[in-house]
Design a protein around this ligand. Structure first.
Ligand code: IPE
Ligand code: IPE
Ligand code: MG
Length: 257
């Protein structure tokens, strides 16, 4: 059983500060092209934005931050760009792991790691272990991740764990623990930079009731001020989870007395 409320099985508690923020960091290539630089320069510059957002989330008490770094479809890019992203991933892990441990940040990766170089797989495991006892913020990178892959791998693991399961016995409760984000509550706030308004196969299952925020700001330009704009927008949302506004109002009245 999961320790978190599923938004479709019950109404989760909505907090003023999002507990879980999920970000599609998009627009690195365009940021570089605008400056007549190679696309990959935008990826390097994007690292600075990751650092700012991680530290600001840690500071204000966000519990989970999940960022999309490489999708299962990003292998379709030119091999030189994919190779550069892989090197950058390894280099940044090596450079940041001690800093994360010092800042009490628990690091994790979701996605199919088997397609990565063994050096990356080892560094991921090392970083996860080194920060496993940290309690301040859980920072997750989605790498070779796809929402459809996630649901399929969860189905496979669910069937393997319950081999005699009949179709009518398959429930959300049985499947959920096998999803790759089973350790976290569903995201409260989704942010996509770079102007596109699509999910690009990010956390498809988990985004069922997430508030979706889109900004034209390109990822390397995203900073603490932009993050707070997203939080301010989030704080204005009425999270109904299927109910009516009148029901929410009467609930607030009864909570107040
Ligand atoms: C996001 O930026 C980073 C990755 C997908 C790795 P892009 O590289 O997609 O940048 P744009 O969208 O082409 O500007
Ligand atoms: C989504 O961005 C994936 C990541 C940010 C890692 P893309 O740039 O790959 O998405 P599309 O292709 O524009 O949908
Ligand atoms: Mg893009």
């Amino acid at each position: 059983m999961t320790k978190y409320t599923s938004s479709t099985l019950a109404v989760p508690e909505a907090s003023a500060i999002p507990r879980h923020v999920a970000i599609i960091m998009d627009g690195n290539g365009r940021w570089a092209s605008k400056r007549l630089m190679p696309r990959v320069a935008g990826h390097s510059e994007g690292l600075g934005a990751v650092r700012k957002v991680v530290e600001e989330c840690r500071r204000i008490g966000v519990e989970y931050l999940t960022v999309f770094a490489f999708s299962s479809e990003n292998w379709r890019r030119p091999p030189e760009e994919v190779g550069f992203l892989m090197k950058l991933f390894l280099k940044s892990l090596k450079g940041e792991v001690s800093r994360m441990a010092e800042n009490d940040i628990a690091f994790s990766v979701i996605g199919d790691l088997s397609r990565f170089d063994p050096a990356i797989q080892e560094m991921v495991h090392f970083s996860e272990q080194k920060t496993a006892a940290c309690k301040g913020l859980t920072f997750t990178i989605a790498a070779n991740y796809g929402g459809r892959w996630d649901i399929l791998q969860a189905m496979r693991r669910c069937i393997a764990a319950n081999p005699n399961l009949k179709p009518e016995q398959v429930t959300e409760e049985l499947l959920q623990p096998h999803l790759s984000m089973a350790f976290a509550p569903e995201p409260d706030l989704f942010i996509r930079t770079g102007g596109e308004q699509r999910t690009s196969n990010f956390l498809l299952w988990q985004l069922a009731y997430t508030e979706l925020y889109f900004t034209d700001v390109l990822w390397p330009d995203f900073d603490e001020a932009e993050l707070h704009k997203a939080f301010d927008w989030y704080s204005q949302r009425e999270r109904r989870f299927g109910r009516t506004s009148a029901q929410l109002a009467s609930q607030a009245m009864s909570d107040a007395v």
